[in-house]
Design a protein around this ligand. Structure first.
Ligand SMILES: O=C(O)C1=C[C@@H](OP(=O)(O)O)[C@@H](O)[C@H](O)C1
Ligand SMILES: C=C(OP(=O)(O)O)C(=O)O
Length: 447
């Protein structure tokens, strides 16, 4: 059974101001999709800036298991020789997606409309996460799923021998569910339609178009209506992966919280389905400048100049949730250091991430001396003002990279050091986190 290795205890503490340039790695969502669409294309896709985090490495391995040739040429430089839509081979062994919800759900989608079977598993975190949200729509194509109770991994998907196209309204705001349906739709004859009431990250739609699929997105009163023509020939592309806004969030928030800091975070994707955190931080009074806006790899990007700021708590509307869904853990750390109360509404989806992120943040913040309230869909943090968080606790990370990094950022601004029980999951999305933060002058240590 898949594990996640030995725990790596880590801690952080107050030091001098942060300064310098933080070149964060490639976007995780786009990296998964570049490998998957490369595998479903004809020809050789060349990728630069690929995130070499464990989540993405697990997807690369899975694409090989389905028959693609995936090669690493140098740091972030990869190529994929694809098998074409409908060309997936049946894997000879279990597909282990490690810690990655995106990996397992998107891969289930792209094999579910082929006449092959595959068994999926993951680490102890992924084995707790619900898969019914993708296997329900995949059943409409004709695929069958056999998993543990509650739709959990390990799970075998028996792909549809004669897939039919599907029209599906996603019941929750989830780019993973939307993407799984679109990827299954690739190998079904006719039009597959996905309607999403709330817009979510749109990398699958952008990249499918880039690889030559016929796909349209129409704003309707019910929400975005995405129509994909099945059985296209996807053509290999060059993909330049922009830097990950979800990773940029950590140095950005650290600079806002550590007095005297002034940093530059270049080339960060400003895709409007991903940039919610930066807008929310500005609403709280953050000094963030968006310099040199431009397009890179089909995504809008900017260089972020971030300076220490005294922040004020705000009411964060549920409409912001999907464009900053992975940033709530670090936002709640920022909220703890702001003056006044921050109310984060519409955040129920956080309960089914790598951990129950509402619970993990609430318990860790309380241990650090911060007053927190929560209900199923809301997290409220009573800010203690600049320099006001006592800290001095060890926080449990629950095999969740974003929880680990968030508490290590809080330790840089708290009165006493903060420890985390296990920083090893950081390597799933941000393998150079420690080096990058040290380069800015942050004191983050192992042990
Ligand atoms: O499609 C993607 O790449 C992702 C979608 C989001 O998950 P949901 O689809 O569950 O909201 C996000 O939390 C995850 O980190 C990446
Ligand atoms: C939720 C996340 O990832 P995934 O769902 O791919 O495991 C994340 O990276 O914060």
């Amino acid at each position: 059974m898949s594990g996640h290795g030995d725990p790596i205890p880590m801690k952080s503490r107050k030091g001098g101001p942060l300064a310098g340039v933080a070149e964060v790695p490639g976007d995780k969502s786009i990296s998964h999709r570049a490998l998957i669409l490369g595998a479903l294309s004809v020809g050789r896709t060349e990728i630069t800036g690929l995130l070499e985090g464990q989540d993405v490495l697990d997807t690369a391995k899975a694409m090989r298991a389905f028959g693609a040739t995936v090669t690493r040429h140098g740091p972030g430089e990869w190529s994929v020789e694809g098998v074409g839509v409908g060309g997936f081979a049946e894997p000879a062994d279990v597909i282990d997606c490690g810690n990655s919800g995106t990996g397992v759900r998107l891969i289930m989608g792209c094999m579910a409309s082929s006449p092959i079977s595959a068994t999926f598993t993951g680490d102890a975190s992924l084995r707790k996460r619900p898969m019914g949200r993708v296997t329900d729509p995949l059943a409409l194509f004709g695929a069958r799923a056999y998993g543990r109770a509650g739709g959990r991994l390990p799970m075998t998907i028996v792909g549809a021998a004669e897939p039919v196209p599907v029209s599906y309204t996603t019941p929750m705001a989830s780019a993973q569910v939307k993407s799984a349906v679109l990827l299954a739709g690739l190998n079904a004859p006719g039009q597959t339609v996905v309607i999403e009431k709330v817009p979510t990250r749109d990398h699958t739609e952008r990249m499918l178009k880039g690889f030559g699929a016929e796909i349209t997105v129409e704003a309707t009163p019910e929400g975005n209506r995405i129509t994909l023509q099945g059985q296209p020939e996807l053509t290999a592309q060059r993909v330049a992966v922009p830097r990950d806004p979800s990773s940029a969030a950590f140095p950005v928030c650290a600079a806002l919280l550590v007095p005297g800091s002034d940093i530059l975070v270049p080339g960060v994707s400003q895709n409007p389905t991903r940039n919610g955190l930066f807008l929310t931080l500005r609403d709280m009074g953050a000094d963030i400048e968006f310099l040199n806006p431009r397009e890179e790899g089909g995504e809008p990007v900017a260089d972020l100049r971030v300076r220490y700021s005294e922040l004020t708590g705000i009411d964060v509307a549920p409409e912001r949730a999907s464009s900053q869904i992975d940033e709530y853990p670090v936002l709640s750390v920022v909220a703890a250091c702001a003056r006044g109360t921050t109310v984060m509404r519409g955040v129920h989806e956080l309960r089914v991430k790598e951990s129950d992120r509402i619970d993990a943040m609430a318990r860790g913040l309380e241990a650090c001396g911060v007053r927190v309230e929560e209900d199923d869909d809301t997290l409220i943090v009573h800010g203690m003002g600049p320099g006001g968080v006592p800290g001095g606790a060890t926080c449990a990370t629950h095999i969740d990279h974003r929880i680990a990094m968030s508490f290590l950022i809080l330790g840089l601004a708290a009165q006493a050091p903060i420890a985390v029980d296990d920083g090893s999951p950081i390597a799933t999305s941000f393998p150079v986190f420690e080096e990058l933060m040290a380069g800015l002058g942050a004191v983050i240590e192992r042990g």
